[in-house]
Design a protein around this ligand. Structure first.
Ligand SMILES: CC(C)(COP(=O)(O)OP(=O)(O)OC[C@H]1O[C@@H](n2cnc3c(N)ncnc32)[C@H](O)[C@@H]1OP(=O)(O)O)[C@@H](O)C(=O)NCCC(=O)NCCS
Length: 153
């Protein structure tokens, strides 16, 4: 089922381009970045990355057809979205590209009117605050199961 609000996004700014076309993604680069350079997905297997891409709304950021940034959204397109795996490669950082990428992500027609967006970050709170994010209003209501966590009595 293809809904109009899920039509592909393709926007350009100078030499940069953001696209939701999954066929354009450089899966090897995304896997390499996540496995070798991210702090949150270190060592992740390629097959797991592929599976995550297949089941997410993916935004590739490109310079001259080369992928230089990425973000993906896990969502039901109705009530909830989880933003994940956001990165810009070092050579292109500091130019407002992450901000632009996240503006495009958050403006996606299929992601409007959701009850809640969530993300997890170790140190990029300042970036997200500029885009309307804040610390949870009621952190005591949030729960999680993290890999390796054991139930407690
Ligand atoms: C975090 C990251 C995506 C930022 O990319 P970027 O393209 O350099 O960011 P931008 O240039 O768009 O920054 C936009 C604004 O956010 C601020 N900002 C960027 N990264 C920030 C950070 N880690 N903490 C606080 N503020 C940050 C910038 O200072 C800038 O502010 P300004 O608009 O007032 O000048 C990039 O550094 C990165 O890929 N880091 C490694 C992966 C990572 O940590 N991803 C986030 C996981 S939650």
């Amino acid at each position: 089922m293809t809904q109009p609000e899920l039509a592909p996004i393709d926007v350009t700014r100078g030499e940069y381009r953001i696209s939701t076309d999954r066929a354009l993604l450089d899966v090897d680069l995304i896997h390499r970045f996540l496995a070798d350079q991210s702090y949150w997905a270190r060592g992740i297997e390629r097959a797991r990355v592929v599976r995550s891409l297949e089941h997410s709304l993916c935004f590739g950021l490109y310079r001259a057809d080369a992928l230089i940034g990425f973000a993906r959204v896990v969502t039901d397109y109705a009530t909830f979205a989880f933003l994940s795996d956001v990165f810009v490669l070092p050579a292109d950082r500091g130019r407002g590209l992450a901000r632009w990428l996240l503006e495009v992500v958050q403006a996606h027609p299929g992601l409007q009117g959701l009850r809640r967006w969530m993300l997890v970050t170790k140190d990029a709170h300042g970036l997200y605050r500029k885009l309307g994010w804040s610390n949870p209003l009621h952190p005591e209501r949030l729960m999680e199961i993290s890999a390796g966590a054991k139930p407690t009595d």
